[in-house]
Design a protein. Structure first.
Length: 354
């Protein structure tokens, strides 16, 4: 689906990403966030928290808990709205600003008690109110790897492979739209709808990288944010290490048994799942093959409705037909009565003759 050049760019990006992974800089596909976390943890000597602790990204030697947010910006546009902050769970909020080559532009440190509510809005006019972290030193080797990674990422964007910093999601959407003839949503952040078919059907697309690695082989990789979604179908796409498609499935959104805790194995258990691209992953089933949206429409379950009741101005008399047993019983009674009558008549005749 990609050109030879595009596949080579994807492989190069995967290699640069693995170089960061080998040094513990990245462990997931949230590249910008994890690079910012690495820079902040390195400077403040934080112990990085486990992923399940969403409100805390690192803990200082003195016990202070840090939440770290990162953003790639152009020029001096430091505007940043950070939502869903849980200030009861951390003492410091660190915001890391990076340029498109992942060079550090600015890092600010905000005490949690200075944040009102769960939303913080950083603007050009108020950023000077926050403490700027000075003398942040990043090892030369690390910075070179970050620059190489950024160059590989930018090449993907320049060649039309991705359209945002959601690399894995963008690639999965590209594969799905190309394979099924879908139109990508014009709004990059349109909630719940990633693509549309010319026939009007809507789709949400979830993509995960799955390959033989300690961080990628989990059979319960989550498919997040599916609660309350209104799309007609969910498309699940899996990618290998080099971002090539290793499987694709089409699931009726209404048939998801537990959207809140859905994971990759949902493709094995959801009624009506169709396989678009055969799975290269042993624990993900192919299931019934997808042929076309027309075939889905032809076999779609139609809601059963009761036929309209015919009304009449007058009610017909109710006629109850006797059963076969009842008719036979009645015949037997008549026969016995006739025999009795004949017997009585003969008795009178005999008596009279005597």
């Amino acid at each position: 689906m990609f050109s030879k050049k595009q596949y080579q760019l994807l492989k190069d990006f995967a290699d640069k990403n693995d170089a960061l992974f080998d040094l513990g800089i990245t462990t997931t596909d949230s590249f910008t966030g994890e690079i910012g976390e690495f820079i902040a943890c390195h400077h403040f000597k934080l112990k990085k928290s486990v992923r399940s602790n969403k409100a805390v990204d690192g803990v200082a030697p003195n016990g202070d808990r840090f939440q770290i947010k990162s953003k790639v910006i152009s020029g001096t546009n430091f505007n940043y709205t950070i939502s869903h902050l849980q200030t009861d769970f951390f003492e410091k909020l660190v915001v890391v600003y990076l340029d498109s080559q992942y060079n550090l532009l600015k890092m600010i440190n905000i005490p949690a008690h200075e944040i009102e509510g769960s939303v913080l809005r950083i603007t050009k006019s108020n950023i000077q109110n926050f403490e700027t972290v000075e003398n942040v030193k990043i090892p030369v080797k690390i910075q070179r790897l970050l620059n190489d990674f950024a160059s590989a990422f930018n090449a993907l964007e320049e060649n039309g492979i991705i359209r945002s910093r959601r690399v894995v999601g963008d690639i999965g959407e590209f594969y799905a739209c190309k394979k099924l003839g879908l139109l990508m949503s014009e709004k990059k952040n349109e909630k719940g709808i990633d693509a549309r078919h010319p026939n009007g059907l809507t789709f949400e697309i979830k993509t995960r990288r799955v390959y033989d690695s300690e961080r990628r082989i989990s059979e319960v990789r989550r498919l997040n944010n599916l609660v309350g979604k209104t799309a007609d179908y969910l498309i699940v796409v899996t990618l290998d290490r080099c971002f090539e498609c290793s499987g694709m499935w089409l699931l009726p959104m209404k048939n998801l048994l537990n959207p809140k805790s859905a994971n990759l194995k949902t493709v094995n258990t959801t009624l009506g799942t169709l396989n678009i691209i055969p799975s290269k992953i042993s624990w993900l089933n192919n299931g019934a093959p997808f042929s076309s949206f027309e075939s889905i429409a032809n076999t779609k379950t139609v809601r059963k409705t009761k036929p309209p009741t015919k009304t009449s101005p007058c009610k017909s008399p109710i006629i109850i037909s006797p059963s076969t047993n009842e008719i036979q019983s009645e015949k037997n009674n008549i026969t016995q009565l006739l025999i009795l009558v004949v017997a009585v008549v003969l008795a009178f005749i005999v008596a009279f003759a005597l």
